[in-house]
Design a binder for this molecule. Structure first.
Ligand code: ATP
Ligand code: MG
Length: 556
């Protein structure tokens, strides 16, 4: 259980506090109810942290329930991916996994109960007629001509629906509520429809499936959920939620509370649209590191703690807003700055030859894995006459602001010696290919004895012992902050959202890198080994996040 002082406060927790104080509830039971029709995204992470976080802090329970009433759109692979994501975020669901489809028999019984009470009827209006009869926000609806069919006849018709005697779209079971209600959802909503579809849990047992609004509240009641927390678009539907709960004999009375959904700049937060990106191969699957899915963040090197911290920082309110990417990135950057081991990688290598270093010599330098956390220990970094440095870390001439290697000037090689550039080779296009330097063998961990202190520190790797690596630099997937507002979000995909560097050189210790565990590549950013490498043994690193916030610049 988390420390009481660190608990977030929000209006939902206030309601729970009151319910516990008044004795309305003695224990808290929440649920996270994804539909298995796609991978979870970071908006779901907000909901997971809220629901499971409440259960944790109040010593209650949180169920994981798959809201699986649309067999055509759902898939067992999504069921598995979602379980993995919830566990990875650090949460444990109460008991077994639940499925709304576990309750199909009970839900059918509740539907029969409504029919018997004269509160539901089988309606044969077609889709167009149903729409016309429903009315609009400004115009009340009209009663369906099937509204007054007797309960006995409705029971027969509903049994025929269940037995597969009606084709899809011919009829539906509707709740009899109020065709003139100002809440459209109360204008005799459909609660069961015919679908001859194979279901990932119930197989071919059913050809009628309950609608979400009917299923959700009853599943909550069956599971003894006390606080059913969802996003604001269900605010009106709360009337229907309560109507169903009041009109059938349920074992408990759950209550629904709504909060505003997470919107994050430069991303999409709809499974349907994310699915389009995947289906049309505009990204490399649901876990493409540019996607806002939990699986993508994991692959990219985000930690579960950073996503939990993010949900805490953004808070829970009823106000619609859009969170800047920098808020999310600050969470992972702070985590990795404190925890990620350091390593050296050269992304755009040029040779550095130390002319006064013996050709047959090599050293094993001991370098700290973390500048301030000594518990992370040290590692061996090989050093010899020929190294690689970044092409951008050398200039023949430069002004004082350039604190790297310049002809005639000294710089420190991170964790090693001070070197002074003496010359360079170039190719026919004028690009520097090799830099020559001399080193001062008295400067390992010490300043030069002549009192000069080099201005800068650059990273490097040993030319002979470094390893070849591929490095993927990720950027925002879209060029506009709100791609969902575009007429076609595919038009605003950022063509530079992925830059692949095939010729990087990394220090040999990185052969031990494990997927998903990020390193800070000195002066470059945070990177982790990809968890989906196709070629055995290849080193492919994904950039988790840069060292500094570059978003401020973009939006300025
Ligand atoms: P999408 O629009 O991405 O398809 P959804 O609401 O249909 O999302 P569900 O699988 O039904 O997806 O969502 C499971 C839970 O996660 C619901 O309680 C839903 O309210 C919540 N949720 C979904 N998107 C967000 C979001 N952007 N921010 C916060 N909670 C969300
Ligand atoms: Mg939904």
């Amino acid at each position: 259980m988390s420390d009481t002082e660190n608990r977030p406060t929000n209006f939902i927790r206030n309601i729970i506090d009151e319910d516990l104080a008044s004795g309305k509830h003695s224990k808290v039971q929440t649920r996270f109810p994804p539909e298995p029709n796609g991978f979870l995204h970071i908006g779901h992470a907000k909901s997971i942290c809220l629901n499971f976080g409440i259960a944790q802090d109040y010593q209650g329970l949180c169920n994981l329930r798959f809201d699986d009433t649309n067999p055509e759109k759902e898939d067992i692979d999504y069921v598995h991916a979602i379980q993995k994501d919830v566990s990875w975020l650090g949460y444990e669901w109460a008991g077994d996994i639940h499925y709304s489809s576990d309750y199909f028999d009970q839900l059918h019984g509740y539907a029969v109960e409504l029919i018997e009470k004269g509160l539901a009827y089988v309606c044969f209006l077609n889709a167009d007629e149903t729409r016309e009869y429903r009315g609009t926000l400004n115009k009340p609806g009209k009663n369906s001509p099937y509204r007054d069919t007797s309960p006995q006849e409705n029971l027969d018709l509903f049994a025929k629906m269940k037995n597969g005697e009606f084709e899809e779209g011919i009829c539906a079971l509707r709740a009899k509520i109020d065709m003139s209600s100002s809440f459209m959802c109360l204008r005799d909503p459909i609660i069961y429809r015919v679908r001859f579809a194979h279901h990932h849990q119930t197989g071919d047992k059913w050809c009628i499936y309950p609608m979400y609004d009917f299923t959700h509240c009853l599943s909550d009641a069956i599971e003894g959920i006390t606080h059913s927390i969802c996003t604001l678009e269900f605010q009106d539907n709360r009337r229907l939620y309560d109507w169903v709960i009041e009109n059938v004999s349920v074992p408990a009375t759950p209550r629904q509370y709504e909060f505003s959904r997470l919107n994050l700049e430069y991303t999409l937060m709809s499974k349907r649209k994310l699915n389009t990106l995947v289906e049309e191969k505009l990204v490399d699957g649901w876990n493409d590191p540019r996607m806002p899915t939990i699986a993508a963040f994991r692959r990219r090197g985000y930690t579960p703690g950073s996503l939990r911290e993010f949900s805490k920082r953004i808070g829970v309110t009823k106000m619609d807003n859009t969170i800047e990417m920098s808020v999310l990135e600050a969470c992972i950057r702070e985590d990795l700055n404190d925890n990620a081991p350091r390593a050296m990688a050269v992304l755009d290598p040029i040779k550095l030859v130390i002319e006064n270093y013996p050709a047959d010599k090599s050293e094993e330098l001991t370098v700290k894995n973390h500048p301030s956390d000594d518990e992370q220990g040290t590692r061996i970094v090989p050093f010899s006459k020929e190294l690689y440095i970044e092409a951008e870390d050398f200039k023949e001439e430069a002004n004082k602001k350039y604190k790297r290697l310049v002809l005639g000037k000294a710089v420190r090689l991170r964790g090693a010696y001070v070197v002074t550039a003496t010359g360079c080779d170039k190719d026919e296009d004028g690009n520097v290919t090799t830099v020559y330097c001399s080193y001062d063998d008295q400067t390992l961990g010490k300043n030069p004895t002549d009192g000069t202190k080099p201005k800068g520190v650059i990273h490097w790797v040993d030319a002979a012992k470094s390893l070849d690596a591929t490095v993927r630099l990720y950027d925002r997937l879209f060029t506009v902050p709100n791609p969902a507002a575009e007429s076609d979000f595919k038009e605003v995909i950022n063509p530079e959202s992925l830059v692949v560097i095939n010729h990087a050189k990394v220090e040999p210790a990185l052969a031990q890198a494990k997927p998903e565990l990020a390193y800070q590549f000195e002066r470059q950013g945070y990177f982790c080994l990809d968890n989906d490498i196709q070629e055995q043994g290849a080193l492919v690193f994904n950039r988790t996040v840069g060292l500094r916030d570059t978003w401020a610049k973009i939006s300025a």
